[in-house]
Design a protein around this ligand. Structure first.
Ligand code: FAD
Length: 473
């Protein structure tokens, strides 16, 4: 017998599982289809983010940072630790346990909220029907009042360096190394490449990042990107810009890559190579030819600002649609769609989606960069606070980086907050809240911040916008 649901969600990542829970909370009979199997062979919810993305990468970043600090900077605090060493398999196991806990937690949330989990591969058919093929080949067709496609994304493969998940790995493989590679190559100086490169560099790998673009972190505010390049280089990441990969050869457990840069043809040999050149939307086998949903020119599912596809009652959210590939963007789209199905007027403010690179120091931003605003002809005032002037940062021995607040020169409205430094992600979130409420730099400057905190830097940078900073020259 055909099962009928008010809402069927394809994909249980941060887009899909959040959409499913919100839809169920709103009283809809909801199913979520997920095909991914975890290491124990059981269906695991949470998508890329929980299984092989945000969470496991942050677990390794935190472990490797603690090791780095114990080795390199505990002595500054007067703490003597002899013989600091890293048990890589134990670090990887800790990460796996965190993933297991979190993905299991989502299964619990499904039960609590009454979401039906359907295990298998979902495909949208015409007329809002969804075909589900289970692992054993059994096929069932669901009837849906509304369908939300949240099939996510996959790493992009490049012909010059085909991934074999041994010497040449993608981001998923880079989370599973059982020992520290002596020499590690990273193709792509984006968020994922820099984060994973940092993990292994902190543990002792000699890391070279090969990036085709001439400019480092081209989308980041220039002042912040320059500071990031300086600090990451100082930490030992060798960053080769304007370098175009032409080929690779795997031999005797190593990989030699060939690339061209301003100096001509180059070759480097690594023990492991991470290919992290971006991700592509997963649309293959998700849409039947006659379902009516269309793709945009870049292969993403075409949606409007409210995530509606070209078929009424069919929505798409997260990495499979336009916009930044970020878990929180996917989740907020999930909430918006569930609420719109319920007739509410929910929206996502795409202008204020914060982004973070979890290197150390962290690099975080919300709103527009100074270059973007200048290119748009917007007159701005800028306030910058260096962490070197922060008492809290000094106490923590973590004084690299800066906080930058950009405000409209005419209205004083905050248009961008950019941070490189300790707890940048948390500080930028405060900027995001202020901006969501239309704050001016003066408003931020009039707020009382606890002392001593790293957040005080945001206060000072906001004051500096109008030349009123107290603690900087
Ligand atoms: P996904 O998380 O990709 O989930 C899609 C789900 O759909 C998957 O579980 C998949 O198995 C399932 N699926 C696909 N097709 C079907 C089908 N036909 N039938 C059934 N199920 C299907 N983002 C951040 O915001 N912060 C971070 O720190 C961060 N770090 C990252 C680190 C790494 C190494 C990587 C790779 C990504 C990181 N991301 C981060 C990005 C983040 O993981 C994604 O933006 C987010 O997971 C997208 O959510 P989604 O629900 O759209 O898709």
């Amino acid at each position: 017998m055909t099962q009928k649901f008010d809402v069927v969600v394809i994909g249980g990542g941060p887009g899909g599982y959040v959409a499913a829970i919100r839809a169920a909370q709103l009283g809809f009979k909801t199913a979520c289809i997920e095909k991914y199997k975890g290491k124990d062979g059981k269906t695991a919810l949470g998508g890329t983010c929980l299984n092989v993305g945000c969470i496991p990468s942050k677990a390794l970043l935190d472990s490797s940072w603690k090791y780095h600090e114990a080795k390199e900077s505990f002595s500054v605090h007067g703490i003597g630790v002899d013989n600091v060493r890293m048990d890589v398999p134990a670090m990887i196991e800790r990460k796996a346990n965190i993933v297991k806990n979190l993905t299991g937690g989502i299964a619990g949330l499904f039960k609590m909220n009454g979401v039906t989990l359907i295990e298998g591969h979902g495909k949208l058919l015409a007329g809002k029907q969804v075909e589900v093929t289970a692992a054993d080949g059994a096929v069932q067709v669901l009837e849906a009042g509304n369908v939300i496609i949240a099939s996510g994304s996959k790493p992009i493969d490049i012909p010059p360096a085909p991934v074999n998940q041994d010497t040449i790995v993608d981001s998923t493989g880079a989370l599973e190394f059982q020992s520290v590679p002596k020499k590690l190559g990273v193709i792509g100086a984006g968020v994922i490449g820099l984060e994973l490169g940092s993990v292994w560099a902190r543990l002792g790998a000699e890391v070279t990042v090969i990036e085709a673009q001439e400019k480092f972190l081209a989308a980041v505010d220039e002042q912040v990107a320059k500071e990031a390049q300086k600090l990451l280089t100082k930490q030992g990441l060798q960053i080769r810009l304007g370098a175009r990969l032409t080929g690779s050869e795997v031999k005797d457990g190593q990989v030699t890559v060939s690339f061209t840069d301003a100096a001509g043809e180059q070759q480097l040999t690594f023990d492991k190579l991470i290919v992290s050149v971006g991700r592509r939307p997963v649309t293959q086998d998700v849409l039947s030819a006659d379902c009516g949903v269309t793709l945009d020119e870049r292969g993403f599912i075409y949606v409007d600002d409210q995530c509606a596809t070209s078929v009424p009652g069919v929505y798409a959210i997260g990495d499979v649609v336009r916009g930044p590939m970020l878990a929180h963007k996917a989740s907020e789209e999930g909430v918006m769609v569930a609420e719109r199905i319920a007739g509410h007027k929910a929206q996502v403010n795409y202008d204020l989606i914060p982004s973070v690179i979890y290197t150390h120091p962290e690099i975080a931003a919300v709103g527009k960069t100074e270059q973007q605003l200048k290119a748009e002809g917007v007159a701005v005032n800028v306030g910058v606070f260096p962490f070197a002037a922060s008492g809290r940062a000094m106490a923590a021995n973590d004084t690299h980086g800066l906080i930058k607040v950009i405000a409209d020169a005419n209205t004083d409205r905050v248009l961008g907050v950019h941070v490189i430094g300790p707890s940048a992600a948390e500080i930028v979130q405060q900027g995001a809240i202020a901006m969501e409420f239309g704050s001016s730099a003066e408003d931020l400057g009039m707020m009382v911040f606890s002392h001593p905190t790293l957040s005080e830097g945001l206060h000072e940078a906001a004051l500096a916008v109008n030349g009123h900073a107290i603690h900087i020259a």
